[in-house]
Structures are given as C-alpha cells and as structure tokens.
Design a protein around this ligand. Structure first.
Ligand code: ADP
Ligand code: ZN
Length: 602
C-alpha cells in the first residue's frame, strides 16, 4: 500500500497538507494488513490512523467505540468531508438498523461505528462474517483495563475479534498510556504481535496550575473571570450535588454554565452536551461521566474543584483542553479535605484489598503531583514513562514554590498527635499546637501537655497545609471510624526520631487582589484588524451554516481554517483549496459561498 495514496487522501479528503507525528507510519502499517496499538494523547490525531486505512482497503472499517452519544456527530462530521459512515447502536429504530446492516453487506460504507455490546451479538458477528471488512478499530482501548477509570466489561470480550477473524487487521487506540494499562490492553485484546506506536504524551500548549483551596468556588470564579471570560471550558466536580451547586453559582455570577452527571435524565444530559458542542463560550460543570470522546477543539480550560482519583484520570480530563493546539489552561484547586475524602473513599470501599492497594498507589501519585516542588509536566510525563526537562509552562516553573526544611514543624505536628493519644481531629490538634485555650483543650487538660503552644508561630492555614502534606506523605492517617481522629503511621517514627528529614512546601497566602478581568479571551488573536473583521464575518457565516446542517460549528471549519482564510483572502476555488482543513467535498459544498463572501468584502 503506497504512502502516496495515503497522502493523497489526507490532502483531498481531509484537506491537511502534512501527516502529524507517526500518523503516516501507522496508516501504512495498518493499510497493508498489520495490527497496531496506538498510544497518543487526546488531540494527537488518532482518528485519521484508522479512517485513512479504512478508505485505502477494500470493504468497510468497523470502529468499536463506547461513545454512543457521540456517534451521530462523528458520522455527520465524516459526511461533511465526503466519507460514507453510519453507526449501529441502541438509539436506533429497527428499520434504521436493518438499513445500515444492508449498507454494510453491500459495501456501501467506508466506516461503521458500533457499540461493543452490539458488536458482540450473534446478529452482528454474522453480519461481519457476511461482509467485506477493511479493519477493526478499537477506540478507547483502555476500557479493557479493569483497574482503570473507564472500565467496560464488554471490552474484555473483544478478544473474540482476533479469534474469529484473524485475517482482518486490528488497530487499538487510546490516550491512556501508563505502562500497566498498556500491558493490560495487549494481553486482553491479544495484541502481542501488534506493532506499538507510542507518541509523545506532552501537550505543550496546556498550562498546568494547582492552587491551594480555601474557597474553591470563589477561586474558580476568579479564575474564569480573570483568564477565560467568554471561553468554553469544563469544570470537574466529584459529586452530582456539587455539580448542580457549582453550575448554579456560576450562572448566578454571569457565567453561562450547564450541569452534566449520570443522575440526570438522558434527554437533559444530551441536550446539555449538544449545547456545549454547538454554542460558543459554554462552561460545562460535570462529573467524570462527561468528556470521553468530546472532540470540541476550542475548549480553553479544564478546571478541577475536587482531586481526581488518579493521574490517568486527571490527564485524560485536562487533555480535553486545547485540542486545536492554541494556548489552554488546566487548573485545579486542592486542599486538605480532598486528601481526607479520597483516602476515605478507598478505605470505605467494599473492594478487594488488592484493588484498594492499587487505588491507594494511584492516589499517592496524584498527591505527589499536587505537592511537588518541581515541574508539574515533568511529573506527569514521568508517570507515562516519558522523561523530560522542566517545561516553563506550569505554575511551579513560572513561580517556583518556596520550600523549607520542615522536619521540626513536622515533628511538632506528629508529637502533638501522639500526646493527645491519637484520639482527636485536626481542629483540636491545631488548637493545642497553637496554644488556643478552647473549652475542649481545657476539658482534656491539653494545656498541660509539653506540646501545648509549640506551634504558636504558625497560623491555622499553615498547619492545615502541613497536615495535608503529612497525609499525602503517608505519615498521618485519618480514622473515619473514630470521629476523624488523626493517627500516626509507622512511617511517622523515623521523622519523630529525627532520622528522616522532611522538605515542605511553604504555605502560599491566597492573593488578596485578583487580576483584573481581561476583556479578550485567552487566545490572543494574531490577526490584523482588517483580517479580524473578515474572521468575524466568516464565523457568522459558519454559525448560520452549522445551524442549517445541524452540526457543531467546528465540523464545518475549525477556527484555524477560518483564520487562514481571513489572512489569505482567497478569491478562487483553487486558492481556497490550498488552505488547511479544506478538502474536496467541503470545497464543493462551501467553496463558492466563501469565495463570494470574500469578494464581497474586498
Ligand atoms: P484524538 O487523538 O484525540 O482522537 P483527533 O483524531 O480528533 O484526535 O484529532 C485532533 C484534531 O487534530 C482534529 O481536529 C483533527 O482534525 C486534527 N488533525 C489530525 N491530524 C491532522 C493533520 N495531519 N493535520 C492537521 N490536523 C490534523
Ligand atoms: Zn513546568
């Protein structure tokens, strides 16, 4: 299979001048019948890796995807570039299903998207047997990982594809790439002989920022108003209740926000998803149920109001920002309560000890990221076994945190917990440390202890930050069976004996004055004012066109394409053909309108 044919499709169908990264190698490998495992970060360009081989090979490409709610959009987007695609899932009527099946059998489709549970039915497997199949693409392949955050039991059964159709090439794709998940994918999907393509996991346009939480909602609002007025973004919260409350709070403060969580009825949920995709500048407030497969390119920020359970989850979620390559923010507010809550959820879960241990290790890595004194990106990439140098585009690189030898402070905290017999919660321990003569302190005569007031030089927030780090380091645990009493772990002993030094992050006072709200959105436009006016006109045209076609605006053209048009001012179809993102089908459909629009402005 020649690379020239692949390139020709890239240029004429998708309108892109060049392959990105390893796309070309992957495509030629799969197109010539090889199996592949592709690990690429969100926004890396995975879709072309199976779409182009499906076009190059005879027959229809079968794409297995858990993202039922997005299949219609995916199929519509492909129709826009002239690729014949359809889907099979539970949202269809029987007639629609039968019609799609007929098109598969007759070879009238390039791609068919299938939900895994549908694929595994005997009816569907028979259909595959009777049809010519170009390839199987297993999207979101990390869903086979039992310990991952997106586990889908049906994914495990997908090994049947290899057993029943060994001659059909398979390409598995995922944006989760920690070595453990990768090994699980290979084993469960029987991809031992597949070539592995591992892209760089860096997303250089995303700026990582983790701030100490004091009033999370207020901090979030300041962040949005200060840096992202009018931008589309996603805010992740842990609970459904918090999702609802946060969306309401944002709306009350002039930010258009919509809630999304698994407890809402299907209709409202998909209406919210659709508005987020189709309208500009909407903030989606969601639980982790939202986001897989969302390919909106201009999400300018992802914010976390609660600590995610793992770095895999955090990286997937933050990866939804800035898929268009323009500057984007990943922001998180994190505090003592997050650490306590996450540890508690693991302790109280009914799962096996082994599972709990794995979850505990994942949480530790996440906490390590939050408490790190070094570059956040170095930490993140390290987790995916990729080594890098400090990035210059994260909070710890931009304003290095101050660290200090916290051994003595930690000893004070630990011995106060010890002297109060490991029976009290954080507030009381802080009171004793700071020499506060509260009723409880007097009642227990803790003002008589040798540690009473030995920490009077620090404020309560400072002690809170130290306790948070003690819990993150595993020196202290919170006993939820005993009124959240603080207890020492075995690891606390060497610190108390002075055998282990502890380096701590200095508590950072929240900034009093917030940065003045910017009027412009986060992406500073590099267009001249004349070009900017053309760009605005093009956007209006795109919005109207998207409405008529009932697709999200970016499916018509990306901002980057409109920007290029506004700069080049093409007045012929040939000139328009050279613009990134303009393939033959879009040229036919929209070319004349755009040229007329440009000529009208000239
Ligand atoms: P993901 O890896 O997250 O599935 P996609 O396949 O959705 O990423 O691609 C991300 C974005 O990059 C899309 O908007 C896609 O059109 C664009 N893209 C992919 N490959 C190229 C390329 N070779 N040149 C230009 N844009 C590309
Ligand atoms: Zn950095």
């Amino acid at each position: 299979m020649s690379a020239a044919q692949a390139r020709h499709l890239l240029n004429t169908v998708f309108g892109y001048p060049e392959f990105r990264g390893q796309q070309e190698n992957i495509i030629t490998h799969v197109a010539s019948g090889g199996d592949a495992l592709v690990l690429m970060p969100t926004g890396g360009g995975k879709s072309l890796c199976y779409q182009i081989p499906a076009l190059l090979r005879d027959g229809v490409g079968v794409v297995i995807s858990p993202l039922i709610a997005l299949m219609q959009d995916q199929v519509d987007a492909l129709a826009e570039v002239g690729v014949r695609a359809a889907f099979l899932n539970s949202t269809q009527t029987f007639e629609e299903t039968v019609q799609t099946e007929r098109r598969v059998r007759n070879g009238e489709l390039d791609l068919v998207y299938v939900a895994p549970e549908r694929l595994l039915t005997s009816r569907c497997l028979e259909l595959i047997e009777q049809s010519q199949i170009a390839l199987f693409a297993i999207d979101e392949a990390h869903c086979v990982s039992q310990w991952g955050h997106d586990f889908r039991p049906e994914y495990i059964k997908l090994s049947i594809l290899h057993e029943r159709f060994p001659q059909i090439p398979r390409i598995a794709l995922t944006a989760t790439a920690d070595p453990q998940t990768r090994a699980e994918i290979v084993q469960r999907l029987q991809l031992e002989d597949a070539l592995q393509f591992v892209a760089s996991f860096d997303r250089p346009n995303i700026r990582y920022q983790i701030v100490e939480k004091n009033n999370g909602r207020k901090q979030l609002l300041d962040f949005i108003q200060g840096e992202h007025a009018g931008d589309a973004g996603i805010v992740y919260c842990l609970s459904r209740k918090k999702v609802e409350e946060t969306a309401e709070f944002l709306n009350d403060n002039g930010v258009t926000a919509l809630p999304y969580h698994a407890g809402m009825d299907n209709g409202t949920r998909s209406a919210h998803q659709s508005r987020f995709l189709r309208e500009d500048g909407i903030v989606m407030v969601a639980t982790s149920a939202f986001g897989m497969g969302i390919d909106k390119p201009d999400v300018r920020f992802v914010a976390h109001l609660d600590l995610p359970k793992s770095i895999e989850g955090y990286y997937q979620e933050t990866g939804r920002a800035g898929r268009d390559g323009a500057a984007a923010n990943a922001w998180m507010a994190y505090g003592l309560q997050d650490v306590v809550q996450q540890r508690r959820m693991i302790d109280e879960s009914e799962a096996s000890e082994l599972f709990k241990k794995t979850q505990g290790a994942k949480l530790d890595a996440m906490l390590g990221l939050c408490e790190t004194l070094d570059c956040r990106r170095v930490r993140l990439l390290d987790y995916f076994a990729q080594h890098s140098a400090p990035c210059g585009n994260c909070d710890t690189c931009l304003t290095p945190p101050v660290s200090f030898d916290g051994s003595v402070a930690m000893q004070k905290l630990l011995s106060t917990i010890y002297r109060t017999e490991q029976r009290f919660g954080a507030m009381h321990v802080f009171d004793v440390l700071r020499g506060i003569e509260s009723d409880k302190v007097k009642q227990w005569r803790h003002d008589q202890l040798t540690t009473f007031a030995i920490g009077a030089d620090r404020s309560e927030p400072e002690w809170r930050a130290i306790l948070r780090q003690a819990i993150a380091l595993g020196l202290v645990m919170v006993d939820h069976d005993a009124y959240s009493a603080l207890k020492l772990t075995d690891d606390a002993k060497p610190v108390l004996r002075g055998e282990r030094k502890i380096q701590l992050r200095e508590y950072q006072k929240p900034l009093k004055q917030k940065c003045p709200p910017k009027t412009k959105s986060f992406v500073e436009s590099d267009l001249s004012s004349a070009a900017q006016q053309v760009f605005d006109k093009l956007r209006d045209w795109r919005m109207a066109t998207a409405r008529t076609h009932n697709v999200p605006a970016y499916v018509i053209f990306h901002d980057t394409t409109l920007r290029e048009i506004a700069q080049a001012m093409p007045t012929s179809l040939d000139a328009l053909r050279g613009i990134t993102g303009v393939g033959e089908k879009k040229l036919q459909t929209y070319g004349a309108e755009i040229v007329a629009l440009i000529e009208g402005l000239a």
